[in-house]
Write a protein that binds this ligand. Structure first.
Ligand code: BTN
Length: 245
């Protein structure tokens, strides 16, 4: 992965750019990295900040032979990869908020947006977009209480290139194993150890629906199991937002 790297001073969204370039024949494993994004996209239709110089805004184009239902597992792999890379690079106690936000001291330093195009039961292209707040010293008022950056947590600035390399290495290791063997118990054990959501009371929210319960497990398919009192609720990452309460 990352054999071919496309860099941009400014782009609307590295996810959109990756998809456009996929249509023009960009190879499997291409990496798209931008200094600034002016239309950064987040999960569930949200937007994402993309201020110059402060973050890692990048997307990985993958062309695997997998089914659309395998994509949530690849998303978990990306979350674990960033978590491991951030821990190793900064020494900070990063944890994963299911499915793939990365938090430090309860605040978000990384978000991941995985988007795919598929024909009936086959993925034709997959874009894994990763945003990491590296050297951001101030967030807008609306994000102040929920977002943080490596520089704010560590009190110093970090070079971004080594972290990009480290995320790619960690992702690649787990991704290739996944393509050969599917999600392994070893992967799941490591993921669960770093998952801050497990053992917490959570609220599962989707339009017109709210349910509270205890986040108790993660399945081999990457779903979150929430014990609601009326039996377990198995939650798929695509459809809901899970909030701690
Ligand atoms: C989220 O937590 O809502 C996901 C945020 C994903 C942001 C990254 S930044 C690089 C890539 N390009 C985008 O437009 N979004 C992702």
């Amino acid at each position: 992965l990352g054999q071919k790297i496309y860099t941009y001073d400014q782009v609307d969204s590295t996810n959109l750019e990756a998809r456009r370039m996929a249509e023009r024949g960009a190879p499997d494993g291409s990496l798209f990295v931008a200094e600034t994004q002016n239309q950064g996209r987040g999960r569930l239709g949200r937007s994402w900040i993309g201020e110059p110089g402060g973050g890692i805004w990048m997307s990985l184009l993958l062309l695997p032979q997998v089914k659309p239902s395998d994509v949530s597992q690849i998303t978990l792999i990306a979350g674990l990869a960033v978590c491991l890379a951030v821990r190793q690079y900064s020494g900070l106690p990063a944890l994963i908020k299911w499915p793939n936000d990365v938090l430090i001291h309860g605040k978000k330093i990384c978000g991941i947006l995985t988007e795919m195009t598929a024909e009936i039961d086959r993925v034709s292209s997959l874009v894994v977009g990763i945003g990491i707040n590296v050297n951001i010293d101030q967030f807008p008022a609306t994000l102040k209480d929920t977002a943080t950056s490596l520089s704010m947590e560590a009190g110093k600035q970090f070079a971004r290139a080594p972290l990009v390399a480290s995320v790619l290495n960690a992702f690649e290791r787990h991704y290739f194993t996944f393509l050969e063997q599917g999600i392994t118990h070893e992967f799941l054990t490591q993921y669960k150890q770093l998952c801050a959501t497990l053992g917490r009371q959570v609220k599962v929210v989707k339009p017109g629906y709210v349910q509270e319960g205890l986040a108790s497990d993660i399945t081999l398919a990457g779903e979150l199991v929430v014990d609601t009192g009326q039996g377990p609720l198995v939650v798929n990452a695509g459809e809901v937002s899970v909030r701690g309460i």
